[in-house]
Design a protein around this ligand. Sequence first.
Ligand code: 5GP
Length: 193
Amino acid sequence: MADQTKPHGLLLVISGPSGVGKTTITHHVERAMQGVSSVSVTTRPKAHADLEGHDYFFIDREEFERSRDAGDLLEWAEVFGHYYGTPRDFVQRKLDDGRLVILEIDVKGAIQVKKNMPDAVAVFVLPPGEEELLRRLHDRAREPEDVIQRRFAKATDEIAQARACGAYDHFVTNDDLNKALEEAVGIVRARMG
Ligand code: 5GP
Protein backbone atom coordinates (compact mmCIF):
# COMPACT_ATOMS: atom_id res chain seq x y z
CA MET A 1 0.00 0.00 0.00
CA ALA A 2 1.21 3.52 -0.75
CA ASP A 3 2.52 5.45 2.25
CA GLN A 4 -0.14 8.17 2.73
CA THR A 5 2.09 10.22 5.03
CA LYS A 6 4.76 10.66 2.40
CA PRO A 7 4.78 14.02 0.59
CA HIS A 8 4.24 13.88 -3.15
CA GLY A 9 6.97 15.21 -5.34
CA LEU A 10 6.27 16.53 -8.80
CA LEU A 11 8.31 16.06 -11.93
CA LEU A 12 8.07 19.08 -14.24
CA VAL A 13 9.40 18.90 -17.78
CA ILE A 14 10.10 22.19 -19.53
CA SER A 15 10.91 22.20 -23.23
CA GLY A 16 11.04 24.78 -25.96
CA PRO A 17 13.29 25.98 -28.73
CA SER A 18 16.51 27.80 -27.85
CA GLY A 19 16.04 31.51 -27.37
CA VAL A 20 12.48 31.18 -26.16
CA GLY A 21 13.20 31.96 -22.50
CA LYS A 22 12.78 28.50 -21.03
CA THR A 23 15.81 28.83 -18.77
CA THR A 24 14.39 32.05 -17.29
CA ILE A 25 11.07 30.30 -16.71
CA THR A 26 12.80 27.26 -15.18
CA HIS A 27 14.76 29.43 -12.72
CA HIS A 28 11.69 31.41 -11.74
CA VAL A 29 9.56 28.31 -11.06
CA GLU A 30 12.47 26.74 -9.19
CA ARG A 31 12.71 29.73 -6.85
CA ALA A 32 8.97 30.28 -6.44
CA MET A 33 8.23 26.65 -5.61
CA GLN A 34 11.47 25.65 -3.84
CA GLY A 35 12.17 23.22 -6.64
CA VAL A 36 15.41 21.67 -7.77
CA SER A 37 16.68 21.47 -11.31
CA SER A 38 18.23 18.27 -12.46
CA VAL A 39 21.71 18.68 -13.96
CA SER A 40 22.03 16.65 -17.17
CA VAL A 41 25.05 14.79 -18.43
CA THR A 42 26.17 15.75 -21.94
CA THR A 43 28.88 14.96 -24.47
CA ARG A 44 28.71 18.43 -26.04
CA PRO A 45 31.85 20.52 -25.61
CA LYS A 46 31.80 22.85 -22.63
CA ALA A 47 31.17 26.45 -23.70
CA HIS A 48 32.93 29.34 -22.00
CA ALA A 49 29.86 30.32 -19.98
CA ASP A 50 29.10 26.76 -18.84
CA LEU A 51 29.75 25.73 -15.26
CA GLU A 52 30.63 22.06 -14.73
CA GLY A 53 28.13 20.46 -12.36
CA HIS A 54 25.80 23.46 -12.56
CA ASP A 55 24.79 23.70 -16.22
CA TYR A 56 25.84 20.17 -17.13
CA PHE A 57 28.16 17.36 -16.19
CA PHE A 58 30.46 17.14 -19.21
CA ILE A 59 31.44 13.56 -20.03
CA ASP A 60 32.76 11.70 -23.09
CA ARG A 61 30.70 9.45 -25.37
CA GLU A 62 32.11 6.27 -23.90
CA GLU A 63 31.12 7.24 -20.37
CA PHE A 64 27.70 8.39 -21.57
CA GLU A 65 27.04 5.11 -23.37
CA ARG A 66 28.17 3.17 -20.32
CA SER A 67 25.76 4.92 -17.95
CA ARG A 68 22.93 4.83 -20.50
CA ASP A 69 23.41 1.09 -21.04
CA ALA A 70 23.56 0.52 -17.26
CA GLY A 71 20.10 2.13 -16.97
CA ASP A 72 21.38 5.14 -15.03
CA LEU A 73 19.52 7.64 -17.22
CA LEU A 74 15.83 8.43 -16.87
CA GLU A 75 15.79 9.60 -20.48
CA TRP A 76 18.32 10.59 -23.12
CA ALA A 77 18.51 12.05 -26.62
CA GLU A 78 20.97 13.10 -29.27
CA VAL A 79 20.63 16.82 -29.97
CA PHE A 80 22.83 18.63 -32.56
CA GLY A 81 25.05 15.52 -32.71
CA HIS A 82 25.69 15.37 -28.96
CA TYR A 83 24.21 13.16 -26.30
CA TYR A 84 22.19 14.60 -23.41
CA GLY A 85 20.64 12.64 -20.55
CA THR A 86 18.99 12.94 -17.15
CA PRO A 87 20.57 11.05 -14.21
CA ARG A 88 17.85 8.83 -12.78
CA ASP A 89 19.03 8.62 -9.14
CA PHE A 90 19.04 12.32 -8.39
CA VAL A 91 15.51 12.78 -9.76
CA GLN A 92 14.12 9.78 -7.89
CA ARG A 93 15.68 10.80 -4.56
CA LYS A 94 14.28 14.34 -4.75
CA LEU A 95 10.82 13.10 -5.77
CA ASP A 96 10.90 10.68 -2.83
CA ASP A 97 11.63 13.69 -0.59
CA GLY A 98 8.46 15.33 -1.91
CA ARG A 99 10.28 17.96 -3.95
CA LEU A 100 9.49 19.61 -7.25
CA VAL A 101 12.09 18.42 -9.76
CA ILE A 102 12.53 20.33 -13.02
CA LEU A 103 13.95 18.86 -16.20
CA GLU A 104 14.82 21.22 -19.06
CA ILE A 105 14.94 18.71 -21.88
CA ASP A 106 14.00 18.32 -25.55
CA VAL A 107 10.87 16.78 -27.11
CA LYS A 108 12.34 13.27 -27.50
CA GLY A 109 13.24 13.29 -23.81
CA ALA A 110 9.81 14.56 -22.78
CA ILE A 111 8.13 11.73 -24.68
CA GLN A 112 10.24 9.16 -22.77
CA VAL A 113 9.57 10.80 -19.40
CA LYS A 114 5.80 10.91 -19.93
CA LYS A 115 5.85 7.26 -20.97
CA ASN A 116 7.83 6.14 -17.91
CA MET A 117 6.37 8.58 -15.40
CA PRO A 118 2.84 9.51 -16.46
CA ASP A 119 2.37 11.72 -13.37
CA ALA A 120 4.96 14.16 -14.72
CA VAL A 121 3.70 17.51 -16.02
CA ALA A 122 5.15 18.64 -19.32
CA VAL A 123 5.18 22.25 -20.46
CA PHE A 124 6.31 23.50 -23.86
CA VAL A 125 7.34 27.14 -24.13
CA LEU A 126 6.41 28.78 -27.44
CA PRO A 127 7.86 31.96 -28.96
CA PRO A 128 5.30 34.65 -29.88
CA GLY A 129 6.13 34.00 -33.55
CA GLU A 130 8.86 32.77 -35.87
CA GLU A 131 10.24 36.22 -36.72
CA GLU A 132 10.50 37.08 -33.05
CA LEU A 133 12.33 33.82 -32.36
CA LEU A 134 14.90 34.52 -35.07
CA ARG A 135 15.40 38.02 -33.67
CA ARG A 136 15.97 36.62 -30.16
CA LEU A 137 18.46 34.04 -31.42
CA HIS A 138 20.42 36.86 -33.09
CA ASP A 139 20.20 39.04 -29.98
CA ARG A 140 21.82 36.38 -27.85
CA ALA A 141 24.78 36.56 -30.27
CA ARG A 142 26.21 33.49 -28.65
CA GLU A 143 26.83 31.64 -31.90
CA PRO A 144 27.90 32.16 -35.51
CA GLU A 145 25.21 32.72 -38.20
CA ASP A 146 25.16 29.13 -39.52
CA VAL A 147 24.57 27.79 -36.00
CA ILE A 148 21.77 30.35 -35.47
CA GLN A 149 20.14 29.23 -38.74
CA ARG A 150 20.41 25.59 -37.66
CA ARG A 151 18.85 26.35 -34.29
CA PHE A 152 16.05 28.26 -36.02
CA ALA A 153 15.27 25.35 -38.37
CA LYS A 154 15.36 22.96 -35.42
CA ALA A 155 13.05 25.25 -33.46
CA THR A 156 10.29 25.29 -36.08
CA ASP A 157 10.62 21.51 -36.37
CA GLU A 158 10.53 21.06 -32.63
CA ILE A 159 7.36 23.14 -32.26
CA ALA A 160 5.59 20.97 -34.86
CA GLN A 161 6.81 17.80 -33.11
CA ALA A 162 5.71 19.07 -29.69
CA ARG A 163 2.21 19.78 -30.97
CA ALA A 164 1.92 16.40 -32.69
CA CYS A 165 3.44 14.07 -30.07
CA GLY A 166 0.81 14.40 -27.36
CA ALA A 167 3.38 14.46 -24.51
CA TYR A 168 2.75 18.08 -23.48
CA ASP A 169 0.07 19.01 -20.97
CA HIS A 170 0.49 22.76 -21.43
CA PHE A 171 1.77 25.21 -24.04
CA VAL A 172 2.91 28.54 -22.63
CA THR A 173 3.55 31.39 -25.07
CA ASN A 174 6.35 33.66 -23.93
CA ASP A 175 4.93 36.88 -25.29
CA ASP A 176 4.96 38.85 -22.07
CA LEU A 177 7.60 37.34 -19.75
CA ASN A 178 5.78 38.13 -16.49
CA LYS A 179 2.61 36.50 -17.74
CA ALA A 180 4.52 33.41 -18.89
CA LEU A 181 6.22 33.15 -15.47
CA GLU A 182 2.90 33.44 -13.67
CA GLU A 183 1.32 30.87 -15.93
CA ALA A 184 4.15 28.37 -15.34
CA VAL A 185 3.98 28.81 -11.54
CA GLY A 186 0.18 28.43 -11.71
CA ILE A 187 0.53 25.08 -13.50
CA VAL A 188 2.80 23.75 -10.72
CA ARG A 189 0.66 25.20 -7.88
CA ALA A 190 -2.41 23.50 -9.32
CA ARG A 191 -0.63 20.16 -9.02
CA MET A 192 1.28 20.60 -5.74
CA GLY A 193 -1.13 22.72 -3.78
P1 5GP B 1 22.17 23.36 -24.96
O1 5GP B 1 23.36 22.61 -25.48
O2 5GP B 1 21.83 24.58 -25.80
O3 5GP B 1 22.30 23.67 -23.49
O4 5GP B 1 20.89 22.38 -25.07
C1 5GP B 1 20.47 21.89 -26.32
C2 5GP B 1 19.15 21.16 -26.18
O5 5GP B 1 19.30 19.95 -25.41
C3 5GP B 1 18.03 21.93 -25.49
O6 5GP B 1 16.83 21.75 -26.23
C4 5GP B 1 17.91 21.27 -24.14
O7 5GP B 1 16.60 21.39 -23.63
C5 5GP B 1 18.23 19.84 -24.49
N1 5GP B 1 18.68 19.08 -23.32
C6 5GP B 1 19.49 19.49 -22.31
N2 5GP B 1 19.66 18.52 -21.41
C7 5GP B 1 18.93 17.46 -21.83
C8 5GP B 1 18.68 16.14 -21.30
O8 5GP B 1 19.16 15.74 -20.25
N3 5GP B 1 17.87 15.34 -22.04
C9 5GP B 1 17.30 15.72 -23.22
N4 5GP B 1 16.50 14.87 -23.83
N5 5GP B 1 17.50 16.95 -23.73
C10 5GP B 1 18.31 17.80 -23.05
